[in-house]
Design a protein around this ligand. Structure first.
Ligand code: PMP
Ligand code: GLN
Length: 387
């Protein structure tokens, strides 16, 4: 058996969702909306099945979806993308990220990863025999430590993974931060794997793809997800944009990992991407409303709410609530107790840090607010009763 995979723990999202089910807790852990995405997309997917879209789709995706991805790049970011050579459709962003890493990395290459990091990055990098170089954002502002980031780049750096808007912090990287990162990428002749699955979920802050910065067009892979943009996380349709030479190698990885992605869902996602801008505005304004309900409710209960400008998630400091069993209780222990005793499930932020590292925060938890306002209110009521 593969040593690395065999010793990996089950993902925290599965662990905490199971705990929520077992204890009837409101699940503000795993990030999935509790309302369906647009009904006309479900209808488009069903109609495509009835129309006989039931056999293998083309390896890099249905032409109509690749064209819709190119149009979306043009509409939102003024990026000029060739739908034939520069777009690859994948089975979820997860597979897109894995295929991209497989395309970029040789054993011994280094990848700069910013912590707290989404949980699939490190195992995939290591499985490929490459080496992560970790840089930690500094809470409570989740600020970027520029010196540490510069120091993480070196002669073996092949790429940086940049997740903006960022899970779990809700951070949306600013233009200045992106310029700083772009300069490092260029100076070290590296690539950037840009996980932009929350691109349409920002609350006032503007999402700027690194790919739009000078010199970055040919160094970036931009990964999107229908799960997040259309609130259908079960669909697992991802789409990535990359310079043609790189996209060709990513397609080779995809060819061997998945080969192709459900054609009826691709058809519906193409329709989704072509929706008018009002759809995307409503998606983010609805989510902002939910963030505000949760953030103000948590603040009133004594949580320290860290800044959140995008995604489904906010992070909160549990120390001010007076609910720690003892001063050394960790975020993981507290989160387990919260599911059982309060009936609310969250994710401990330490799960987004490499276990080999020392000194990761142990006092922060992540709340998902992609839930109906009444559910968020009920969770707050349960928290208040428990505290
Ligand atoms: N990247 C980030 C940052 C995520 O939060 C997620 C989770 N949804 C993914 C990638 C995976 O997306 P998908 O479900 O499309 O594979
Ligand atoms: N992206 C989701 C989250 O961060 C989880 C997806 C999963 O369970 N793999 O909560």
């Amino acid at each position: 058996l593969n040593h690395q995979l065999a010793k990996l723990p089950t993902t925290i999202f599965t662990v905490m969702s199971a705990l929520a089910t077992e204890h009837g807790a409101i699940n503000l852990g795993q990030g999935f909306p509790d309302t369906e995405g647009p009904a006309h997309l479900v209808e488009a997917a069903s109609a495509a099945l009835r129309d006989g879209r039931n056999q293998y789709a083309p390896l890099t995706g249905l032409p109509e979806l690749r064209e819709a991805v190119a149009r979306s790049n043009a509409r939102f970011y003024a990026l000029d993308v060739d739908p034939v050579r520069e777009v690859v459709v994948t089975s979820g962003a997860t597979e897109g990220l894995a295929s991209s890493l497989a395309a970029l990395l040789n054993p011994g290459d280094e990848v700069v990863v910013i912590e707290p990091a989404y949980d699939t990055y490190l195992p995939m990098i290591r499985l490929l025999g490459a080496v992560p170089r970790l840089v930690r954002l500094t809470p409570p502002e989740w600020s970027l430590p520029r010196e540490a980031l510069s120091a993480a780049f070196g002669p073996r750096t092949k790429a940086i993974i940049l997740n903006s808007p960022m899970n779990p912090t809700g951070k949306v990287f600013t233009l200045e931060e992106l310029q700083f990162i772009a300069e490092l990428v260029e100076r070290h002749d590296a690539y950037a794997l840009c996980d932009e699955v929350y691109e349409h979920l920002t609350f006032g802050a503007r999402h700027i793809p690194l790919m739009t910065l000078p010199g970055m067009r040919d160094r970036c892979i931009r990964v999107g997800s229908a799960g997040k943009s259309f609130s259908m996380t079960g669909w697992k349709v991802g789409y990535l944009t990359a310079p043609a030479q790189l996209a060709a190698v990513i397609a080779k990885a995809h060819q061997n990992l998945a080969f192709s992605t459900a054609p009826n869902l691709q058809r519906a996602v193409a329709t989704g991407l072509d929706q008018d801008t009002a759809y995307f505005d409503t998606l983010s304004s609805d989510m902002k409303l939910r963030r505000d309900i949760l953030a103000s409710g948590l603040r009133a209960l004594g949580f320290g709410v860290l800044p959140c400008d995008g995604t489904y998630f906010l992070t909160a400091d549990i120390r001010g609530t007076g609910s720690l069993a003892d001063p050394l209780e960790t975020d993981l222990e507290w989160s387990r107790r919260l599911s059982v005793e309060a009936g609310v499930t969250v994710i401990p932020v330490s799960a987004f840090y490499d276990e080999s590292g020392e000194g990761a925060p142990r006092h922060l938890v992540r709340f998902a607010f992609c839930k109906q306002p009444v559910i968020l209110q009920e969770a707050l009521t349960r928290l208040e009763a428990w505290l």
